[in-house]
Design a protein around this ligand. Structure first.
Ligand SMILES: C[S@@+](CC[C@H](N)C(=O)[O-])C[C@H]1O[C@@H](n2cnc3c(N)ncnc32)[C@H](O)[C@@H]1O
Length: 362
């Protein structure tokens, strides 16, 4: 095992070497730099700091959730300059002393900046967290995922450490005292459903978008049979239709109908996308749109255990025209080793709230 000093100096060398390596677009390899910087920060830790890092995360999510509930971050953005703790405490209706304590934590997390003693400013991170679809993500993660995650340890212990595979029997039900699965429960809790649906539009932000690398025209437009009445694509479980919107913006000339399918409460919130037809459909029942060119499912398989995925795919298969229709699955593919924390978090999230799973290629 390398000494801490050797490890740190090797990482500093890697950082120095990585900086001049620019991609074809002239920018740094952001992910590589981030990875080395993070490993450097970890290599510099004392044992006590390691303990702090791995155990105190729930406080971070909690403080950010309180800040979003009090609208602190948006007020900082709108103030266009420093704002005093006193003024901020009046605006949000919290004790000045309480506000100071919350702000200390937000400053320490670099979520907000300090302009002086008890004076605060927005930073780049404040801006990241106030992008509406990502703000919805901070709410959904705290309100649903973190509450269920608190029950994961007792749930796994009581079920004898079996891999969860029943969406009606996972940590979510213990946390929310319900027998329904998450998607049955959501429509009765519109505030949570709205946050979830908004978050889904931003959940892949910062990652490659499939329409930038998938040869969609080559694969779908070429060989498309029929005129404007024929269906080009059905987005199954497409939430509010943000993926259809992306395709339409990118390929406005594609012929045929584009159909969004989801559960009734979500279809009611469908985006006003020109040329998109929104349709209520439960994907465990027979697919009513027969012979479409493509059936697209993004982040659907990861919501369900294998047996349920087979049901969804069987219903889709029965509607397909042999030799013509295609199924497009857009899912995260886990590596066999060298997992990123982002991917591992998503996998355990799926286990916690739906007894579901991210999958490797195998
Ligand atoms: C993880 S979200 C993915 C949304 C969208 N495809 C995306 O990638 O942003 C799962 C979607 O499946 C929908 N869903 C859940 N159960 C369903 C069912 N039985 N029939 C149809 N849609 C369902 C949810 O309402 C939700 O919009």
């Amino acid at each position: 095992m390398a000494s801490q000093e050797t490890e740190v100096s090797a990482l500093i060398d890697t950082l120095r070497d990585s900086l001049p390596q620019k991609g074809s677009d002239g920018s740094y390899n952001r992910e590589q730099l981030k990875d080395v910087a993070e490993r450097l920060s970890i290599a510099l830790e004392t044992p006590g700091e390691t303990c702090q890092r791995v155990t105190y995360y729930p406080l971070r999510t909690t403080i950010v959730r309180i800040a979003t509930r009090l609208n602190i971050l948006n007020i900082l953005i709108d103030s266009n300059g420093p704002i005093s703790g006193k003024e901020l405490s009046h605006k949000v209706g919290a004790d000045h002393l309480l506000l100071i304590r919350l702000m200390r934590f937000l400053v320490a997390m670099h979520v907000v900046g300090e302009a002086g003693v008890d004076s605060y400013v927005a930073t780049t991170i404040t801006r990241h967290l106030t992008i509406p679809k990502l703000e919805a993500g901070t709410k959904h993660t705290y309100d649903i995922v973190c509450m269920a995650a608190k029950q994961l340890d007792p749930f796994l212990a009581k079920t004898g450490y079996k891999n969860p595979n029943d969406p009606k029997h996972c940590a979510f039900q213990d946390a929310f005292h319900t027998e329904e699965n998450l998607f049955e429960w959501f429509p009765k809790h519109p505030e949570y459903l709205n946050n979830f649906n908004l978050y889904m539009t931003g959940q892949r932000d910062g990652r490659a978008n499939w329409i930038d690398f998938f040869p969609l025209e080559e694969q779908l437009a070429k060989g498309f049979e029929g005129g404007d009445d024929a269906v080009m694509l059905v987005d199954i479980g497409g939430a509010r239709g943000h993926e259809v919107e992306n395709i339409k913006n990118r390929y406005p000339h594609l012929p045929g109908r584009f159909i969004l399918q989801d559960l009734p409460e979500t279809v009611k919130q469908a985006l006003p996308v020109k040329g998109m037809e929104a349709m209520e459909h439960d994907f465990f029942t027979p697919q009513p749109i027969k012979g479409a060119r493509a059936y697209y499912l993004r982040n659907i398989m990861h919501d369900w255990p294998d047996s349920k995925c087979q049901q969804i795919l069987s219903q889709t298969k029965a509607a397909m025209k042999p030799g013509y229709s295609k199924i497009i699955l857009n899912e995260l593919v886990l590596p066999d080793k060298g997992m990123s924390l982002t991917a591992a978090q998503l996998d355990i999230t799926m286990m916690t709230v739906l007894a579901a799973t991210e999958r490797t290629e195998r």
